[in-house]
Design a protein around this ligand. Structure first.
Ligand code: OAD
Length: 265
């Protein structure tokens, strides 16, 4: 696939260099080059799996074993994946001098892994993302408020194998947002605050079809900022973006972001 031409890339770098405050919105596409399947498109998860059977509260009530089996398969796939050059470039940007916040729809933890890698012995927190849809490596209780990080493999062969809450013995579930569920209101309002205050929203690897995440860049636009998009294909956001760079984020983001001058210098 032909990438963006040099002039277009330069124009986008100019916009980024002039922005004091940047909101980054990412979706499954930024992890595609790491080997994490996306949801839509030819080889997307929703092509061969039905969201209604696997990613709703109703599906979990009906057959928790089936839902856990699918999540454990995804967890296994993702555990074997490492951040790619795009995650690295975003982490370097957020750990630099600029005011940058990463907002992600991804549950794979790869932004965090990149942030820790880039920060080394330093503080990774400026590059830790706001996770709109939760984390596949966290579990929470279906009954009480218990919630904990959980990366280890789980057994899902029989209903008796499924993980249970150490406090109240109810079933544990993946701490991700399912269809028909609300997003965490604090994370959501923080994401929209970041977007409203940003001069620029950089949107990478999302089909921009799932609400409310798809409205995050609209908050930047409404407040007078601009949108720059990175995606191999057109999305509903493309016509609203000042620049839309066509190509894979792992190839485009390092060239777009590395070595940007600090605003005001
Ligand atoms: P989608 O699978 O809907 O869209 C992935 C996007 O990434 C598409 O626009 C692709 O063109 C683009 N893409 C593919 N490869 C890429 C690459 N190498 N570099 C950059 N972009 C690439 O994923 P999301 O938009 O993240 O929600 O989906 C949003 C939500 O829908 C997910 O968080 C999930 C899903 O249902 C929940 O599970 C709640």
């Amino acid at each position: 696939m032909a990438g963006p031409d040099a002039a277009e890339l330069d124009r986008a770098r100019g916009l980024l260099a002039g922005a004091d405050t940047i909101c980054v919105l990412t979706g499954a596409g930024v992890s595609a080059e790491s080997g994490v399947p996306t949801f839509r498109g030819e080889s997307g998860l929703w092509k061969s799996h039905s969201p209604e059977d696997l990613a709703t509260p109703h599906a979990f009530r009906r057959d928790p074993r089936l839902v856990w089996e699918w999540y454990e398969w995804r967890r296994e796939t993702i555990r074997a994946c490492r951040p790619n050059a795009g995650h690295g470039a975003l982490a370097r940007l957020a750990l630099g001098s600029r005011r940058v916040r990463i907002v992600t729809q991804n549950v794979d933890g790869l932004h965090e892994e990149a942030a820790r890698k880039v920060a080394g012995a330093g503080d990774p927190s400026p590059a830790l993302p706001l996770e709109l849809h939760g984390s596949i490596f966290r579990v929470r209780c279906t009954s009480c408020s218990y919630r904990v990080s959980h990366r280890h493999p789980l057994r899902t062969e029989t209903p008796e194998d499924l993980p249970r809450c150490p406090l109240c013995s109810a079933l544990l579930r993946p701490d991700v947002v399912w269809f028909g569920e609300s997003l965490d209101p604090e994370i959501l309002s923080e994401a929209f605050r970041v977007a409203r205050e940003a001069d620029l929203c950089l949107v990478a690897g999302t089909s921009a079809l799932v609400q409310p995440a798809a409205s995050v860049p609209l908050a930047t636009l409404d407040a007078g900022g601009v949108v720059v998009e990175v995606n191999p294909t057109e999305t509903p956001l493309t016509r609203l973006a000042r620049i839309s760079l066509r190509g894979p984020s792992g190839e485009i983001l390092p060239g777009l972001l590395d070595g940007l001058e600090t605003p005001g210098t």
